[in-house]
Write a protein that binds this ligand. Sequence first.
Ligand code: SER
Length: 867
Amino acid sequence: MTSQEIRQQFLDFFKSKEHLIVPSAPIVLKDDPTLMFSNSGMTQFKDYFLGYKEPKASRIADTQKCLRVSGKHNDLDDVGRDTYHHTMFEMLGNWSFGDYFKKEAISWAWELLTEVYGIPKENLYVTIFEGDEKENLERDNEAYNYWKEFISEDRIINGNKKDNFWEMGASGPCGPCSEIHVDLRSAEEKAKISGLELVNNDHPQVVEIWNLVFMQFNRKADGSLENLPAKHIDTGMGFERLCMALQHKESNYDTDVFTPLIAKVEELSGKKYTGILTDEKDIAIRVVVDHIRAVSFAIADGQLPSNGGAGYVIRRILRRAISYAYRFLDQKEPFLYQLVAVLQEQMGKFFPELEKQGTLVTEVIKSEEESFLRTIETGLIRVEKLIQQTISEGKKVLPTEEVFELYDTYGFPDDLTRIIAEEKGLTIDEAGFEQALNQQKQRSKADSAQKVYDWVTLEEKPENFVGYDKTESETYITRYRKVENKDGEFYQIVLSESPFYPEGGGQIGDKGVLENAAESFEVLETKKENGLIISLINGLPKDAGAVFYAKVNDSERRNSQANHSVTHLLHEALREVLGTHVEQKGSFVGPDYLRFDFSHFNKMTDEELKLVEDKVNAKIKDSIALQEFRSIPIQEALDRGAMALFGEKYGDNVRMIQFGTSMELCGGTHVKNTSEIGHFKLVSESSAAAGIRRIEAISADKADEYFKNLEKQITELSQLLKSKDVVRSIEKLIEENATLKSEVEAFKKEKAKGEIGDWKNAYEQKGDKLLLVKKTSLDAASVKDIVFQLKKEIPTSVTVILSDADGKPMITVGVSDDLASSYQAGTIVKDLAKEIQGGGGGNPGFATAGGKNLDGLENAYQKALNL
Ligand code: SER
């Protein structure tokens, strides 16, 4: 059975059990401050579990792209070293939201595994939660009794809280779980030792494949548990492990999920994969084929590698792969990008984002490879220097500070430093390095640490966003919680009617005030978390239950929404001018400016930029009215021609923003008419990443300000020039300047001619040679000409000219050709230049030196006279 068939059978099975089949959510999460990536199938359903949103069906099933490389679930360091951990993996899952519970979840799991997939029953073990005294939780006898109907009791194993109680995070929905483990060993191995002893013991052939979570509690921030109002099912099955079991392989990497990628690596590198766990080349191949999936899916979903946040995590994964390929597969040139096509071929049908974004993914990976390989090359030079220095000081251990700096500042992999040092018989101070690493982690943790308390609920009122229609509203605080961070103590509040737009879709969240006759608070930011609109205020009202007046900062909102609307017009204009390959790849919309990243492979020309700017301004002038479709079926919006973005999670009903021919799915706030934007001005166009261009621009008040400043400058110029026609006056100045320059040149030449005549006659006889020492203010080029002429015309002579043109001391020495064997112009100039703190050189016949000390010219003059 191919992996494609295995995936399809899972979905078909749950469809037959009346589940709605939904697509995977993007792997990269937007607008969730608690998590960067989908790390399990249930991530996209958190709002349903928390009761913030109505589920679109009470039974759902899907396969979800997951990434476990940060936060609570982080498997990165294990990947490559075993046969069954991955950064990116697919999680097959079925869910019940207040619908079926343990009985059905257990019996369907059993039916699918044993009857549909045909896994022999004797290869399966299940675990159940044994209970926990401290938490006051009983053994999960309910699950035990259901399992008993299918599997003999000696194969049902009690598991502790660590393995059999699943929690989404530090707080939130949780509950006991049952894991299903499969024993893939040979009969011979099984006879030696029972699978019972190997469950949950990191045995590569006795692995967990499916986790059935019975969500029945909510973990509060104070650590206590409360019952959830409705019980839910959340199951997650590791797709790659399931493929290993069904394809009778000993390693996930031997399934057809990975073999095409491995074959390509073998072809490109000329190295053979032997599947050995401890073999460095094999580890490297596993790392490469695992990481390329994580990185490709993340980029396809819109997350480019960068220096912070989720982008940094992606960059680190990619760099780990590059570094392994460099060290163990001898890949010193970009190489990983060539695997993208294989991945596309394999998974592009099921995950169309890989097909559509393939070129971009390939380009981005290639350029990241190029730049990191450069980092490695320069890092190698630094390491070499460090090693030489350590050896020359007679030491055996590289200095920790420098080793850490290499890693931290220059991004050079520490294991490379370690290996190179060892080759030279040196070591690094492991404990010291570890300590530096920890200190750095602590520092960044302390910067971002915040303690969040439990919600205090005040009013059971609906919590609505009213900010599309108004910027002021009478409202109640429905819940609040305290937040402590390094800046102090704040309160997060949720309002019954919130006019404050929560940060999202690139647009920054609203600020403003919350007040009534008795009290007033500043609203510092507004964000969305699990569907709640949360504003941050600088204190807790004495009477939190009172009526408040919420007021958005009007000027900031007005300018932000002008920048947001104009971003849509810009997007459309770019597609018209450059082509429909242009797609939004990121945006920031604030009151002061907008930033727009888009796919395009060349630098934009001045003409293209002008055309785009003109098109946008024409739309502003056309005074196009906003048509807002607050909730229309997504298919209808797409049929009408609306732009949807990759990596964005859309519901069944969407909001569509239309200005004439510009139509986008968007949750942001917008002007009612394009004329409110005033004017659009491009500020810069640059490269944001490989294949991605970045435009920065202004509109509304900032554009007004820009033109006002420009006008002010022109007024000042015209006053200075005493002319209304500034351009003509400056042209005239330039002309005059050119005339004056050529007059000065001619004058200098004339003067030099005169000097030559005088100087020819001023040579002094010194023994059988002639010497001329002269001071002048002639410029360097004239002096050079003269000295060359003199040394040619006056035989047996040495000429020394000391000049101070433009306040800079300079010495020029010429020696006639017949003296070239006995005198060196270079040596003479070097000696004299000491007096002016300078240096220089030339050839035996001609040399010059500039210096710093103008006053030293007199000494040099006296010295030259005594030559
Ligand atoms: N949430 C559970 C897990 O991640 C089951 O999907 O294991």
